[in-house]
Design a protein around this ligand. Structure first.
Ligand code: HEM
Length: 435
């Protein structure tokens, strides 16, 4: 069995951590075919085993069109024409995203053939900006077109709606020798096979369907690579706050209570079970929605829609897990007064898995956007759902069930893409030969 530890790009696992990140998206149509491979190979992403105190770190992933031009799209069954690596802007029917002609990047006018992520740890932000500028210049000189997007963690690891983020990840993703790659410590969630997140490792043995990339699971060159979704998600914080204010007044609770009911956790990260106020204790991730207490978290809450744990009706929630990070962009919306940034804030959502179709797209299309799943009685996920028809319900502290309605999306996709994130070998991108 392949070993993937030390071959995973650090932005995927363990993540870059606090600091600032510049995402350089490139359209490589203008780069000559013979130049493509050496050009791409010249990027040296930081591997997961590299010291975290390195100051500036780099990540890199390739879009479907780039894989086709390198002749490696079919090398591991990564066929560009199949849903997992087709351009994200062609999957609107699945994601419910708005018109990609309006996207900042990843739409038909500005394809995302490659994304390079440059991270500066606290104190090294200026070095990272200089590195990102160098990379952008190189890409532009070689015939590429670039768009950059800068994001940075907010104090307390919160996202713009005010909730602690980055708490729950797949538990115990295992390397080929059975040792954990992730080191979050045991919790009560189902075990996630390494092959659900990284190529080169065994996945969950599903009798109902063949592995998505049979070749990929075997090929040592792919070990540690993964499929990555990058999405620029604008958050309408003013709308979320005003909706929480008036909807909470309508149903007779306070605004923070309703916001927590929609997320499924209190702002501090504690599980929301409908009673009291935010306890502010260190967040716990050991619940699995099988006890009477934890089942009081609303079935329509974001965290129960995207990960039902053992409490849902899905026979195999472990197959739906994603490795996730969210890096906020823009300044926080002041509590009072005008918005100096005119709503320009959100989250760069990054998630990795071996099948975008069976993991990210399944979550989005079959659970987030739908009602009655993965728990009976759940409405759509009104925190992140893109659809206008967003009715959910909550159980008030006095035991009454009341409907809640959010007529406008709080989160809107403004671009991004689907990518293959190669593994790193001795500091270089590990690309297979052309097939
Ligand atoms: C702006 C958009 C989003 C915001 C503000 C947001 C916010 C949050 C927060 C506050 C948590 C709880 C903290 C944690 O467990 O880390 C969370 C968890 C999670 N989110 Fe989101 N999220 C967003 C988009 C998404 C999207 C697009 C997906 C996937 C389709 C997603 C999937 C998840 C998953 C899988 C969890 C972990 C659930 C668990 O295991 O308990 N989120 N999110």
């Amino acid at each position: 069995m392949n070993q993937v530890s030390g071959r995973i790009q650090a932005w995927i696992w363990p993540g870059f951590g606090p600091g600032a990140e510049t995402f350089v998206f490139a359209d490589l149509a203008g780069v000559r075919d013979p130049d493509m491979r050496p050009f791409i190979e010249s990027f040296s992403p930081t591997a997961s085993s590299d010291p975290q105190a390195a100051g500036t770190q780099i990540g890199c992933a390739l879009g479907g069109r780039t894989l086709a031009r390198l002749g490696i799209d079919t090398a591991f069954g990564l066929a560009v024409s199949t849903p997992p690596v087709v351009a994200m802007h062609k999957r609107l029917g699945i994601t419910g995203d708005p018109d990609p002609a309006q996207w900042k990047v990843g739409g038909p006018d500005m394809p995302a053939d490659m994304v390079v992520v440059v991270h500066g740890q606290p104190g090294h932000e200026a070095d990272a900006v200089a590195t990102a500028t160098e990379i952008t210049d190189r890409l532009n000189r070689s015939g590429g077109r670039t768009i950059t997007h800068t994001a940075s963690s907010l104090p307390g690891t919160i996202e713009h709606f005010g909730f602690r983020d980055g708490l729950s990840q797949p538990n115990a993703v295992l390397d080929g020798d059975g040792q954990p790659i992730t080191d979050l410590g045991p919790d009560s969630q189902p075990f996630v096979h390494g092959g659900e997140i990284f190529f080169g490792l065994a996945g969950l043995d599903r009798p109902d369907s063949a592995p998505v990339y049979p070749g990929a699971l075997e090929a040592p060159v792919a070990a540690g690579s993964t499929m990555t979704v990058v999405r620029l998600l604008r958050q309408d914080v003013a709308l979320f706050r005003s909706w929480c204010d008036h909807e909470s007044a309508r149903v007779g609770v306070n605004s923070e209570w309703l916001a927590a009911a929609v997320v499924g956790r209190w702002p501090s990260g504690d599980l929301f079970t409908g009673q009291g106020t935010d306890p502010g204790s260190p967040p716990d991730n050991t619940f699995d929605f099988t006890t009477a207490e934890t089942r009081r978290c609303p079935v329509g809450a974001h965290i129960r829609k995207v990960n039902p744990r053992r409490g849902g009706t899905d026979d195999n929630p472990a197959r739906r897990r994603i490795l996730r990070s969210g890096i906020p962009w823009g300044r926080p919306l002041p509590l009072h007064g005008p918005d100096p940034d005119h709503g320009d804030r959100g989250l760069v959502f990054v998630c990795s898995q071996t099948s975008i179709r069976d993991q990210f797209e399944f979550l989005t299309n079959r659970w987030v956007r739908a009602s009655g799943v993965p728990n009976p009685g759940a409405g759509p996920d009104i925190l992140i759902g893109p659809d206008p028809d967003r009715k959910s319900n909550v159980r008030l502290p006095d035991g009454r069930d009341v409907p809640i309605v959010a007529p406008e999306p709080f989160v809107t996709c403004e671009g991004g893409g689907y990518f293959w994130t190669p593994a790193v070998d001795s500091g270089r991108l590990h690309l297979p030969p052309a097939s």
